[in-house]
Design a protein around this ligand. Structure first.
Ligand code: OAD
Length: 228
């Protein structure tokens, strides 16, 4: 089976009702990214950071995968698919995709602030001040903040460098190292981009853009690649 790597971003889940970050009305218009998504922000006001992610988690519990998530899981019948997602939601999992790498962490998990190896599932939507790991330190969201390392990037680089096809869905390609993954494709590898808007594509030519939302865009992609 051919290896297909799908890099997804917030636009993948937009039609599930989860807000993107950088568009008009996006989350970074309402919140200061450094207050809620940086190590300095966490040190300054932990309650604010916990509240921000509690709100995201609450909305996620009410959201459902959209047609695009399901179509990607159905692609596993014909391709060896790995999803490399910047999203912290679990909508790819819930739609049935079997190989998923979360570059930026997972909203439904918490992590110890003294031992990053201690990761727990969060029951419900709240992670509160005073919720402690087994060693007694405050739990934080299991999310990669700006300025922090992205531990899963090395595995993603290997996957992209071995891919027969790369599909990019719903990401503005502003955030590194995720946006740099496109540079690891082998020369000549077909790249498809599903996004209703213009996207910075790191100067790569030969990209086929499907200028649609993810929900209908993935079905169109499937029609285009079925003979690959
Ligand atoms: P952005 O908000 O930067 O970009 C969202 C992209 O989705 C844009 O290119 C939109 O045009 C596109 N889009 C909007 N609606 C869509 C739809 N229905 N179908 C397909 N595409 C659509 O989000 P990301 O690129 O994912 O990191 O942002 C990357 C990272 O920045 C996030 O993982 C997050 C954020 O700060 C952390 O929180 C660590």
């Amino acid at each position: 089976m051919k290896k297909l790597v799908v890099l997804t971003g917030a636009g993948m889940s937009a039609e599930s009702g989860l807000r993107t970050f950088r568009e008009m009305g996006g989350l970074w218009e309402e919140y200061d990214v450094y207050e809620v998504a940086s190590p300095e922000g966490w040190e300054k006001d932990r309650d604010l950071v916990l509240r921000f992610y509690n709100e995201r988690r609450k909305q996620l519990l009410e959201a459902l995968p959209n047609r695009g998530h399901y179509a990607l899981s159905e692609l596993e019948r014909d391709f060896d698919v790995t999803i490399v997602t910047q999203n912290v939601d679990d909508l790819h999992e819930r739609a049935g995709s079997s190989k998923i790498i979360h570059l930026h962490g997972e909203l439904k998990k918490s992590r110890s602030t003294i031992d990053p190896g201690l990761i727990y599932d969060i029951e419900g939507w709240e992670l509160n001040p005073g919720d402690l790991c087994e060693l007694g330190s405050q739990l934080r969201p299991h999310i990669v903040c700006f300025g922090e390392a992205v531990p899963a990037i090395e595995e993603a680089v290997v996957l992209v460098s071995e891919a027969d096809l790369l599909v990019i869905i719903g990401t503005s390609m502003n955030v590194y190292p995720a946006a740099g993954l496109i540079n690891y494709i082998r020369p000549g590898t077909p790249v498809y981009l599903i996004d209703p808007n213009d996207v910075i594509t790191a100067g790569q030519s030969g990209i086929t853009q499907i200028r649609k939302g993810a929900a209908v865009g993935v079905d169109e992609l499937i029609r285009m690649i079925k003979d690959e």
